[in-house]
Ligand binder design. Structure first.
Ligand code: NAD
Ligand code: UD1
Length: 338
């Protein structure tokens, strides 16, 4: 298939481009490079041996999208482009609503105009808020998002649902990601956060590489086996392959479908620290700090719908994720900035 990948220079996008090319799809990437480097796509080529067609385009630029869609005929768009820093979204809500929500509406208008009515969207488990059911199924009601970032994901899902109601020629797959970590086994591509990482694994790897002194563990008084927060960490390669499987659903005219992409296993912060230390033979100093505002105690997926319908399940375990995250970080201490 001919696939348009928005945000394809980013962390999940670049790993997905690898899996798409390996599966024989033709890929065109657009990205405004606001949170990534084009170098990631050179690295993709080093891995796959295939060139990536790349255009520096902002998804809010209708005319640029229109020209691109005049030039190429796409079977499906995989839409990763968006801003994703929770804390920053609280400081700059208008930027987040403009970039994520207005950007997606502009992209959908352009795709609609060119009759490309197939899209896979990067949603998030954060749409469940503090989940009512654990493990979380897709039928679990959406909850209150505690920040503008989460609100943009929930709004975009609603916009896509309304679009589908208005025109059932669309095929729309909403993928709710749990916590992607890890990196390609080659160590050539990985997560490249700007500034101080907000998320657990990049913080751990930066402690391991000597950029940060110690990890802060946010709360050890949750109702979990060791008191620290529990999440469903998923290897980014498994996540990327989930998109390749979702293309089959699109091909079969699935209509609108929602899938959780997670492993179905919950691990605590200290489980992750212990696994990282064991598999990599390193020590990660940490201190216990108060709970982080907006955090939920426990969040992990029931991923059986994706298994049943997409024939997809996660294959990598926590040790694999810890090994591959470290392999990327130690080979690229400054990310793509070297
Ligand atoms: P990322 O920041 O590495 O990738 C996003 C890419 O989109 C970047 O390359 C950025 O430059 C690009 N982009 C942003 N705004 C754009 C615009 N207006 N026009 C064109 N390009 C633009 O993030 P990621 O971790 O790869 O996440 C990809 C998607 O998955 C995002 O939508 C994110 O919200 C979603 N998601 C991520 C996680 C996670 O933990 N990483 C979890 C759930 C959902
Ligand atoms: C965060 C986002 C969420 C987003 C998800 C995937 C917040 C509040 N939520 O989820 O919207 O969809 O990333 O990108 O940011 N932790 C520490 N110390 C740290 C960092 C994290 O103890 O330095 C703990 C957290 O309290 C949590 C766990 O590690 O229990 C995972 O945190 P993180 O990686 O930030 O992911 P989420 O909070 O699940």
């Amino acid at each position: 298939m001919n696939i348009l990948v928005t945000g394809g220079a980013g962390y999940i996008g670049s790993h997905t481009v690898v899996e798409l090319q390996n599966a024989g799809h033709n890929v065109v990437v657009i990205d405004n490079l606001s949170n990534s480097k084009a170098k990631s796509l050179n690295r993709v080529t080093e891995i796959t041996g295939k060139k990536v067609d790349f255009f520096e385009i902002d998804i809010r630029d209708f005319n640029a999208l229109d020209s691109l869609l005049n030039k190429y005929k796409f079977d499906c768009c995989i839409h990763f482009a968006g801003l994703k820093a929770v804390g920053e979204s609280v400081q700059k809500p208008l930027e987040y609503y403009d970039n994520n929500v207005c950007g997606t509406v502009t992209l959908l208008r352009a795709l609609n105009k060119h009759n490309c009515k197939n899209i896979i969207f990067s949603s998030s488990a954060c749409v469940y808020g503090n989940p009512e059911i654990i493990p979380i199924t897709e039928n679990c009601p959406k909850g209150n998002c505690t920040n503008p970032y989460g609100a943009t994901k929930s709004m975009i899902e609603d916009i896509m649902m309304d679009l589908y109601k208005s025109d059932s020629n669309w095929n729309i797959v909403l993928l709710r990601y749990f916590n992607p970590i890890g990196a390609h086994q080659s160590g050539k591509i990985g997560e490249n956060p700007n500034g101080i990482p907000n998320n657990l694994m990049p913080y751990i790897t930066q402690v391991a590489v000597g950029k940060r002194d110690e990890l802060s563990v946010f709360g050890n008084d949750y109702d979990t086996h060791d008191g620290t927060g529990v999440r469903d960490y998923i290897h980014v390669i498994d996540l990327a392959r989930g998109h390749v499987c979702a293309l089959n659903a699109i091909k079969e005219n699935c209509g609108l479908e929602i899938f959780n992409l997670g492993t179905g296993h919950g691990y605590s912060v200290l489980d992750v620290v212990n696994a990282f230390e064991k598999v990599n033979g390193l020590k990660i100093p940490y201190v216990i700090k108060p709970r982080r505002a907006g955090d939920v105690p426990v969040c992990y997926a029931d991923a059986s719908k994706a298994e049943k319908i997409l024939k997809w399940h996660a294959e990598f375990n926590l040790e694999d994720m810890c090994r591959d995250s470290w392999n990327w970080q130690k080979n690229n201490p400054n990310g793509y900035g070297d």
